[in-house]
Design a protein around this ligand. Structure first.
Ligand code: A2H
Length: 253
């Protein structure tokens, strides 16, 4: 943990169709017409064009928290407490949980992914999601995040083991950012550092650091409204665009 607060962008991925277990757990617990969103926290809002799925920790506990009369967020209790005091919920300081969910209940849920070339993506498991960081929900951008690329590769390889449909993990990975090395930096680094699975923690950490530095300082947007602009410049613009559209909000911790 650093000394400075981490400024995240929390996205709103609207639930379009619940996985059966989550559907059951939510039976009769939400008001008529309410929308529920999974809210991943990201440091790379400019990469959201490349979302291919949304990760939850299969063993983590989540709640469905009331953000306003008609909107509920799936996040950890820890994140809900932080949000309640950041003016994110309609009622300042009030934490109201409509239901409990375990990550594994949510897997297979279909959500809308704002800005993505894949407007509808599935919720998939990732064991390395930490309960102690962000919202406990992570949006997957395999083009630019080595962790995400390693995980979707693993999920596609062992779909039966993970209890998912292979095609949920095999969405096309589009180039989002051009750097001097590649326009698919995460897959490039995973290959170069011979990362075979999400368990190769040491190499993944190295890949993550390389990808983050090169992407941020030398990257140029290949897509979207800020195509051709440097990532450094485009990042706050894409963030504002998402927030203005009601598809994201600022979250810090
Ligand atoms: B990032 P920091 Cl394209 N557990 O978003 C594990 N990882 C988490 C998490 C949690 N509870 N909450 C957020 N994260 C991930 C995009 C992205 C991210 C890209 C490239 C790098 C990258 C798409 N995934 O992060 O420890 C989220 O993944 C590398 C740093 O607070 C979030 O941003 O610095 C990032 O880690 C926050 O990590």
């Amino acid at each position: 943990e650093g000394v400075l607060p981490q400024e995240y962008t929390a996205l709103k991925l609207k639930v379009l169709e619940w996985a059966p277990k989550a559907e059951e757990a939510l039976q009769g617990k939400l008001p008529e017409g309410a929308s529920v969103y999974l809210c991943p926290a990201t440091l790379r809002p400019e990469t959201m064009y490349g979302q291919t799925c949304c990760f939850v920790g299969p063993n983590l506990k989540y709640g469905v928290f009331k953000a306003s009369e008609k909107e509920y967020f799936v996040i950890t209790e820890r994140a809900a407490k932080n949000m309640a005091y950041q003016g994110i919920f309609a009622q300042e300081g009030v934490i109201e949980k409509a239901a409990d969910l375990v990550g594994s209940d949510i897997i297979g849920t279909l959500v809308n992914a704002p800005l993505s070339f894949h407007p509808q993506v599935r919720v998939l498991p990732m064991d390395t999601v930490l309960a102690t960081k962000g919202t406990g929900v992570v949006t997957s951008v395999p083009s630019d995040s080595p962790d995400d690329f390693a995980m979707v590769t693993e999920l596609a390889k062992k779909a039966d083991f993970y209890g998912i449909k292979k095609e949920w993990a095999e969405l096309e990975i589009f180039p989002i950012i051009q750097t001097p090395t590649s326009d698919l930096l995460a897959p490039y680094l995973v290959k170069k550092l011979k990362i075979a699975s999400p368990k190769d923690a040491k190499q993944l950490l190295e890949a993550k650091e390389l990808a983050y530095k090169e992407g941020f300082y030398q990257g140029v947007m290949k897509v979207g409204d800020y195509k051709g602009e440097k990532v450094e410049i485009a990042k706050p613009k894409v963030r504002e665009q998402l927030i203005k559209a009601g598809d994201a909000f600022a979250y810090s911790e």
